[in-house]
Design a protein around this ligand. Structure first.
Ligand code: PLP
Length: 388
């Protein structure tokens, strides 16, 4: 059966009423038949039927044994970190999502967890960073915002040989593009806020776990800590996932068209998109991804904050906002938005130069998006544009 058919028909019809849409069980507790005798649900932090449909769906899509749904992507990440204790170590991708960096460094380091950051695009760097105390290797591929791609299969082998677990933040891809558990990862994380829910209208996080026993440990932590996703937000996320494969195809088609137009433009210095043959890790991306995704970044020849700001305020379809993965296109200037709190030197070292711009291509018409980017670039080329 094709993926889209499987997704749509794996969502159960409500056995009580025949409702074709998943019912929203807006309840805190469940009436018991006798003390301790219930129908699989006792208290809605532990289990909720709407959330359970979503948890089963993400497990199926990522080829895992268990799925778990959280109030945000960071709540899902926090649950995984609670597997660790003082003295344990993490080896993480160097241009990691800023929120994960903040949680690792400003919350977990004080509990005695040590984090080593390395450029994971070379799997040998991971091998060198592993120590007998390494418990987790933490990847994002492609990364944000410079879209570096790492070889998940090779890194999984090194990680397991060292007795550690491989965690992949799959937010930028979604399971419609790559399924890290099938490449050897142990845990997949999603900010479902992005492509899975897909409409920029909900904050949600998901885990998919390859092994049932590890899944049970994480389920225990989820229930003990309580950062669960509510029933309405679970429903919105399910509703989004029903059209995921269609949207991912449109996002990827649009992003490739935009990347090609940028690459051909005289005002542009460099374009970062794994779908371009010029991308440093294009071969690995082609091997492990079915599509190349909706995010494109680029640098202007005039590498200044002012030039980037002129571009980011000249687009009309691309709305100026943080986040990505929704049906509407967004433009972001990392140096003054998502990466503002990182000192300029450190930011430059990780490839986030002053004029770097990140585009999240939505599902609008490709020609309209290309047109919007070209007209915004032409503003940057005008000699009268004082900002450029
Ligand atoms: C947004 C994002 C997160 C955090 O998710 P929230 O839902 O905002 O908590 C984690 N990882 C990546 C790669 C993200 O883009």
């Amino acid at each position: 059966m094709q993926e889209i058919t499987k997704i749509i028909h794996s969502l159960p019809v409500d056995p009580l009423t025949g409702s074709i849409s998943t019912p929203v069980y807006q309840t805190a507790t469940f009436v018991q038949d006798a003390p301790g005798e219930h129908r699989g649900f006792d208290y809605a932090r532990s289990n909720n039927p709407t959330r359970q449909v979503l948890e089963n769906l993400i497990a199926q899509l990522e080829h895992g044994q268990r799925g778990l749904a959280f109030a945000s992507g960071l709540a899902a990440i926090d649950c995984v970190l609670k597997l660790l204790g003082a003295g344990d170590e993490i080896v993480a991708v160097d241009d990691i999502y800023g929120g994960s960096f903040r949680l690792f460094t400003h919350v977990y380091e004080k509990f005695g967890v040590k984090i080593t950051y390395t450029d994971t695009t070379d799997a040998q760097n991971v091998l060198k960073a592993l120590s007998p105390r390494t418990r987790l290797v933490w990847l994002e591929s492609p990364t944000n915002p410079t879209l570096k791609v790492s070889d998940i299969e090779a890194i999984a082998r090194y990680t397991h040989a060292a007795g550690a677990l491989l965690v992949v933040d799959n937010t930028f891809c979604s399971p419609a593009i790559q399924t890290p558990l099938t490449l050897g990862a142990d845990i997949v994380i999603h900010s479902a806020t992005k492509y899975l829910a897909g409409h920029s209208d909900v904050i949600a996080g998901l885990l998919a776990i390859r092994d049932r026993e590890l899944g049970d440990r994480l389920k225990f932590i989820q229930n003990a800590s309580g950062g669960i996703l509510g029933p309405w937000d679970s429903w919105l996320t399910i509703r989004g996932i029903e059209t995921l494969p269609l949207r991912i195809e449109a996002h990827s088609r649009n992003a490739l068209a935009v990347a090609q137009a940028l690459q051909a433009h005289e005002a542009v210095a460099e374009v970062f998109y794994p779908g371009l043959p010029t991308h440093k890790n294009h071969d690995v991306a082609t091997r492990q991804q079915r599509h190349f995704g909706g995010v494109v970044s680029f640098r202007l020849k005039e590498d200044s904050i002012e030039a980037a700001r002129a571009f980011a305020t000249a687009t009309s379809l691309f709305k100026l906002a943080e986040s990505l993965g929704g049906v509407k296109s967004l433009v972001c200037h990392p140096a003054t938005m998502t990466h503002k709190s990182i000192p300029a030197e450190k930011r430059h070292a990780s490839g986030v130069s002053d004029s770097l711009i990140r585009l999240s291509c939505g599902i609008e018409g490709a020609q309209d998006l290309v047109q919007d980017v070209l007209q915004a670039l032409s503003v940057c080329l005008e000699p009268a544009a004082t900002d450029c």
